[in-house]
Write a protein that binds this ligand. Structure first.
Ligand SMILES: [Zn+2]
Length: 547
């Protein structure tokens, strides 16, 4: 008789233990066996329901049509504006028309209004040159005189490309009385956005009178990208990449050769922005489908319904909200609702401080009878679907029933979406990447709820081999491994299709600009994304596992 080694025996005992730990109808099985055997096996009814969800999502362009109607009718949805509240009322009416249950939650919000603003380069050779600017959210106005008149600020500019440079020039007294221009080239949104949010706070410490921030984007086509700035006492505005480069070049010429270029470049900035704290009421929208077996366990899926006051807020984040709404609508059309309750939430006031997400989490604390098991947000734009980003929850990582939910979702993505060709490209929507925490669900993630973000494929990827962004990114290895793996599968099929990348740069062509309109994406992309979001939400709501 062959003897079984101690190591092998331990593995078998462990496998049996893990199997016994799971609820008998968990929706999966652990299988032992060779490398080829799947680690998870899904209940038969998963496939049938997923096919229905996808077919239902692809059958009409209702999501795109509704979003177009709403944004064409009401425009963008700055928090505190009438347009936002009218849009919310419009959505509630349509959700009721779908026969779905809908409620709202009041959120008290600050109201920041842009009002009139302008920026001129006072060129010694061309006179006043109008620059492409947008004041940053929560920025104050330029100062008024004793009669209350706002003449704007005229001052010399000083250019920095990093915080270190700012501190050095600040210590040397070079920022005093000047307008600081942060001219940081785009590497990654996550690392560069701090110049927009904190630039004014940093610069005011050194006596600067205002800040200009180069648009946080790989490309701007003379379009400024606004965004939130941590409240400071000096005004802050974003400018197009081209205008930032213009000012930097002119200053550099002066500094290199002051004899030939004797004038230090100046700008004239006027802003009339106003903030009134806690002055308005807005609402989160909650669309709910009760679970058939575990109604006290909630899977939340959503986006934020407010936007900036430019463009139409279609991609940030109207589309995210609307595919979440469609997810619940499609789930409600199945023969039976999923085991867990699914809630589509449209959070308000994400852009200027994420109050909606905080209010939602505070209104729905974990109790003995009800809790969130999975929070899923879409706020990366909606293009061709790529997959999800995922952060496991506390219950799956700790305690007696530890469960590798990341592996489970990876297997589910490959199984249900990995070989489909009808969602934009081969395997669209099937990939699982790390880091699922998003702005609106962050308060839930902090409490230990498993968190995921819908991730589209990049419509304009930076070149993989040359971009400093991809070289520096932490997860580049896992992402490229994943891609290589799928490309291998791909070879025999539609080998012509170029490999896709998760969105990192293309979304930021549109983000917080006048170009955030229905023109940024197609009806097919919205259909495919709604289908993929419905599939992932179904997996989260139907699988009786801890995520
Ligand atoms: Zn957003």
């Amino acid at each position: 008789m062959r003897r079984i080694g101690f190591f092998k025996l331990s593995l078998i005992v462990l496998a049996i233990y893990l199997f016994l730990c799971l609820p008998s109808d968990a929706g999966l099985l652990f299988l032992s066996g060779g490398d080829k055997a799947p680690k998870f096996k899904f209940e038969h009814h998963f496939q049938e329901n997923i096919d229905k969800l996808i077919a239902g999502s692809l059958e009409s362009s209702i999501v795109w049509d509704r979003l177009a109607e709403m944004t064409d009718t009401f425009g963008n949805r700055l928090v505190g504006s009438d347009a936002l509240e009218k849009s919310i009322d419009w959505i509630i009416g349509k959700v009721k028309g779908d026969g779905l249950s809908v409620t709202t939650e009041e959120v008290v919000v600050d109201y920041w209004e842009r009002n009139e603003e302008s920026l001129y380069f006072l060129s010694p050779t061309r006179g006043r040159v109008k620059l492409h600017m947008l004041g940053l959210g929560r920025s104050p106005a330029t100062p008024v005189d004793k009669d209350g008149i706002n003449h704007g600020i005229t001052a010399e500019i000083i250019v920095v490309t990093s915080k270190e440079e700012l501190e050095q020039l600040g210590a040397a007294g070079e920022l005093k009385g000047r307008v600081v221009l942060y001219n940081k080239p785009f590497e990654a949104y996550s690392t560069d956005v701090i110049y927009r949010s904190m630039g004014a706070t940093w610069a005011q410490e050194h006596g600067a009178v205002a800040v200009l921030v180069r648009s946080v984007a790989p490309l701007s086509l003379q379009t400024a990208h606004t965004g939130n700035a941590y409240p400071a006492s000096i005004p802050a505005a974003s400018i197009s990449i081209e205008d930032a480069q213009l000012l930097a070049r002119v200053l550099n010429r002066h500094q290199q050769d002051p004899k030939q270029f004797p004038d230090w470049p100046k700008v004239h900035l006027t802003m009339n922005a106003q903030t009134t704290l806690n002055s308005k009421k807005s609402r989160n929208i909650v669309v709910e489908l009760k679970g058939r077996e575990l109604p006290e366990e909630v899977v939340v899926v959503g986006g934020h319904i407010d936007s900036w006051d430019v463009g139409s807020g279609a991609i940030d984040d109207g589309a995210g909200c609307f595919i979440a709404w469609e997810t619940v609508r499609q789930l409600s059309r199945l023969d039976k609702p999923p085991r867990r309750t699914v809630r589509a939430v449209f959070w308000t006031s994400e852009e200027n401080g994420a109050a909606g997400g905080r209010v939602y989490a505070a209104n729905h604390p974990e109790t003995n009878t009800t809790r969130h098991v999975f929070a899923f947000e879409s706020d990366y734009g909606v293009f061709d679907p790529y997959g999800i980003n995922f952060t496991p929850g506390r219950r799956a990582q700790e305690g007696p029933h530890r469960f590798n939910s990341y592996e489970y979702l990876t297997a589910a993505g490959e199984h249900f979406l990995g070989s489909r060709k009808d969602l934009g490209y081969y395997g669209a929507g099937s990939f699982v990447l790390p880091n699922g925490i998003g702005a609106d669900i962050a308060p839930l993630c902090k409490q230990g709820v498993a968190c995921a973000q819908f991730r589209p494929a990049d419509p304009f990827p930076l070149p993989y081999s040359t971009s400093p962004y991809y070289i520096k990114k932490n997860d580049v290895k896992s992402e490229s491994r994943e891609l290589g793996h799928r490309r291998h599968h791909h070879d025999g099929e539609d080998a012509q299709d170029p490999p896709r990348r998760p969105v990192d740069s293309g979304y930021f062509y549109y983000h917080h600009t006048e170009a955030d309109t229905m023109g940024a994406f197609t009806p097919d992309q919205v259909k495919n994304s709604a289908a993929v979001m419905a599939v992932w939400t179904f997996i989260a709501a139907e699988s009786r596992v801890e995520f």
